[in-house]
Design a protein around this ligand. Structure first.
Ligand code: ZN
Length: 332
């Protein structure tokens, strides 16, 4: 929490007025900048953000700037931030727009300015978008004819160079488990345009053959984002086990009636004993709360059409025979 006694008067005024005033945008000028829980290098690091990342300034304390990051307050050393023109926070009627570029491998587009709103689809790395305003950390864009929102952390004012995938060491290099967007671990792309889900990544592991872990980018990156959020919310918990998706270019897959079009994924229910193994939903080692979290996160990170699972006490699933040791997610 912010210690009000230590905040200079000017910062207090900014804090008090930030609800209605224009939010000041700041941009990261260091190649990698730590965001911390408090205004000192003794405070722990919440996330590391890259050069060009834009953040909303909400106050200051000494040499530190208070910013909003993924809905939380964080502090960054002011020397590595520069002011940029502010966006409107009133969600209102600006008719002008600015061009921004997507820096995440797959950026979720949502119906409202928070991760609680449903996903409408995704934008790809390097894609240009016209931003018409901001609400907190969210940029307002027009997506398929509807007013939609994307997180500003994954937008840059400059067109990103290089490729999104293989040169990137993934989120391991940033240690940024609270990240909901960029730095995908999975990058291999097939002829059919499918992405191969990595054998493991932050918050997930694959438990069957990698030859059957191909899917549409919305599915693969949706799983990655959900897993990253799961890990951030449950740092010590076992990872999410992901089974079959589809073959490299789709088509018939032995042992499955579906899993042909890159839109299906099998996922293990979670266990309560800390182990990463299969579990049946009527066994004692089954964790309904953790399984519910996984399902809720998957639903929030992609456009889920259905989830088959036999535990009727989990929300957001429907029963289907044989789905007792895994649940089956299909996206639209
Ligand atoms: Zn299945």
């Amino acid at each position: 929490m912010l210690n009000m006694k230590s905040v200079p008067l000017a910062a207090s005024i900014i804090l008090a007025s930030s609800a209605f005033a224009l939010a000041q945008s700041v941009e990261v000028t260091a190649s990698a900048l730590n965001l911390r829980t408090g205004p000192s290098s003794r405070n722990s690091v919440i996330a590391t953000v890259r050069r060009g990342t834009r953040l909303t300034r909400t106050g200051s304390s000494g040499n530190w700037t208070r910013v909003s990051y993924n809905g939380r307050s964080a502090y960054a050393y002011s020397r590595y931030l520069r002011n940029v023109s502010s966006g409107s926070t009133n969600g209102g009627s600006t008719s002008t727009s600015v061009t921004r570029y997507v820096t995440a491998s797959s950026l979720n587009v949502r119906s409202g300015p928070s991760t609680r709103y449903r996903s409408r689809g995704g934008l790809r790395y390097g894609q240009a978008v016209a931003v018409t305003g901001t609400t907190g950390d969210w940029a307002r864009i027009n997506y398929r004819g509807s007013v939609s929102y994307v997180h500003t952390t994954y937008l840059s004012s400059t067109r990103p160079g290089g490729n999104t995938g293989s040169g990137n060491t993934g989120s391991g290099s940033t240690g940024n488990s609270g990240n909901t967007g960029g730095y995908a671990s999975s990058s291999r792309r097939s002829r059919a345009g499918f992405i191969q889900l990595a054998s493991s990544g932050p918050g997930f592991y694959g438990y069957y053959s990698s030859s059957k872990r191909w899917g549409r980018s919305a599915l693969v990156y949706g799983i990655e984002r959900a897993a990253r959020r799961f890990k951030a919310a449950n740092p010590g918990a076992p990872r999410i086990g992901v089974g079959d998706l589809s073959l490299e270019n789709g088509g018939d897959i032995v042992g499955h009636a579906s899993h042909e079009r890159g839109v299906d994924a099998d996922v293990r229910p979670m266990r309560n004993d800390g182990s990463e193994n299969r579990v049946e939903y009527r066994q004692r080692a089954y964790s309904r709360p953790l399984t519910q979290q996984v399902i809720t996160l998957l639903r929030s990170e992609m456009r889920v059409k259905l989830i088959f699972f036999l535990d009727s006490r989990v929300r957001g699933v429907q029963p289907w025979p044989k789905h007792n040791r895994h649940f089956h997610v299909r996206i639209r």
